[in-house]
Design a protein around this ligand. Structure first.
Ligand code: NDP
Ligand code: 2IT
Length: 444
């Protein structure tokens, strides 16, 4: 494999798709040795086939607002790789959505889903729709219009979307309702469904819980636990909420959460009803975290990121490239011992370099946030069997999956000095299974 040639060719084909190119480069650089040691991969053109999606559906999404005005958004579904199972991955509704972002997310999803050990291929979709300030009826009409196109290429055995930024239980409900009407069937075509109509217990908190289970395993390699640790979390959405809950349960103290408007510093720790309040904040559709500060008398730092707060553990749970080199240097200076990504690709490559150089524990999202999609996989199993597991059963399975992913990262990522490069470990472990499946299935 010639990484530079592959990257040059990819960049020529897809100029300006920076997030996608960033995600591909990281994988190529870490799997290069394993790839070259297995000549069957080169012989089958595995990497050239893996870095391009199987197909992309692009469509327009016209909808009418409450005043009768017509709006047109763009909708996408990227079906990246289906070697080990139906395409699986979330839908993101956010004004910043474009093909580069969805391709980076779909590409990462291939390895993440492989790591879960469940039979799921990689995919992602979404729209540049902005829900901020929109009424529920407007969101409903948008979701219905979106599904009017999407339903043609999804199905419980072909492609199973779920939530991501801007898509939670409410949107999944509207999307499911429209799919059901169009397909005339009630199946597990989406995950993250309501508990009364096919959803799985623990799915809402699964990404955050899984992230903290993973961090717990990382800390254990150093003989550490969450007990008494100071933790900083970014974001205040689905992932952040679950992470804050689990850290608190394990005896840690979360002192900061953040939104696009800035961060909140609560020296007493975010626990109990303060965590419930995070859900209320999110549900307002305003996307600001500031109101937390007057509700609970905490400090609010306008326009700032939370990484300047001294902490033992950092959990970036908002969005891609939100933690840069300077932030990483600040974390190191303040004695942080573990950075565990809850979001997808929140740390820039330069930040990861700083963290790894200082031999601080670092886990990439594709390993450490896999609990969300893993529990989606468990929801699919329950839907297929037409039964529901208890919260305890799902949580135990989730916990077991996160421990296994950690083990796989250690197996493929530990270097001669004993330091675990989780980025390398996750990429290799995730890649091998998919690559072998592609070899078995022929060049198609
Ligand atoms: P939410 O929509 O609940 O929260 C996301 C938060 O990030 C919002 O506050 C949002 O604010 C902010 N945000 C989004 N895009 C940007 C941007 N470009 N710049 C600055 N802030 C931004 O999403 P989730 O909690 O579901 O997702 C958070 C992260 O976790 C994402 O990276 C997602 O891909 C990842 N993830 C989610 C999983 C899930 O099951 N939901 C599973 C695994 C990973 P605003 O809209 O104002 O920008
Ligand atoms: O990034 C992710 O893994 C998700 N948004 C969850 C995907 C899913 O299918 O549950």
């Amino acid at each position: 494999m010639n990484v530079e040639k592959l990257m040059n060719d990819l960049e020529k084909r897809h100029p300006g798709e920076v997030e996608y190119l960033q995600a591909v480069r990281e994988v190529l650089e870490t799997i290069e040795d394993v790839y070259n040691e297995n000549p069957q991969y080169e012989a089958n053109g595995i990497i050239e086939r893996l870095i391009e999606p199987d197909r992309i559906l692009t469509f327009k999404v016209p909808w009418t607002d409450d005043n009768g005005k017509v709006h047109v958004n763009l909708g996408y579904r990227v079906q990246f790789n289906g070697a080990i199972g139906p395409y699986k991955g979330g839908l993101r509704f956010h004004p910043s959505v474009n093909l580069s972002i969805l391709k980076f997310l779909g590409f990462e999803q291939i390895f993440k889903n492989s790591l879960t050990s469940l039979p799921m291929g990689g995919g992602k979709g979404g729209s540049d729709f902005n829900a901020k300030g929109r009424s529920d009826r407007e969101i409903m009409r948008f979701c219905q219009s979106f599904m009017l196109e999407l339903w043609k290429i999804i199905g419980p055995e072909t492609d199973v979307p779920a939530g991501d930024i801007g898509v939670g239980g409410k949107e999944i409900g509207f999307l499911f309702g429209m799919y059901k009407k169009l397909a005339c069937e009630h199946t597990g075509v989406l995950t993250g469904k309501g508990l009364k109509w096919g959803g799985s217990l623990v799915r809402p908190e699964a990404t955050g819980f899984g992230n903290v289970y993973f961090a717990q395993e990382m800390l254990a390699t150093k003989g550490e636990t969450f007990q008494g640790k100071t933790v900083v979390v970014s974001g205040f959405g689905n992932v952040a909420w679950g992470a804050v809950r689990k850290v608190t349960e394990l005896g840690g103290k979360v002192v900061a959460i953040s939104g696009p408007d800035g961060y909140v510093y609560d020296k007493d720790g975010i626990s109990g009803k303060k965590i419930d309040y995070m859900l209320q904040l999110r549900a307002t559709n305003e996307d600001i975290v500031k109101p937390y500060s007057y509700e609970f008398g905490a400090e609010f730092h306008q326009g700032k990121r939370p990484w300047e707060v001294k902490c033992d553990v950092a959990l970036p749970c908002a969005t891609q490239n939100e933690l840069g080199k300077e932030d990483a240097l600040t974390l190191v200076k303040n004695g942080c011992i573990c950075v565990c990504e809850g979001a997808n690709m929140p740390c820039t490559p330069e930040a990861i370099e700083v963290i790894q150089e200082h031999k601080i524990l670092f886990a990439p999202g594709k390993a450490a946030n896999a609990g969300g999609v893993a529990t989606s996989g468990l929801e699919m199993s329950q839907n297929s069997m037409k039964l529901s597991w208890s919260a305890k059963e799902v949580d135990e399975k989730l916990h077991g999956i996160m421990k296994n992913i950690h083990e796989a990262c250690v197996k493929y990522g530990k270097d001669a000095s004993g330091y675990v490069n989780y980025v390398k470990g996750a990429n290799i472990a995730g890649f091998l299974k998919v690559a072998d499946a592609m070899v078995d299935q022929g060049i198609i």
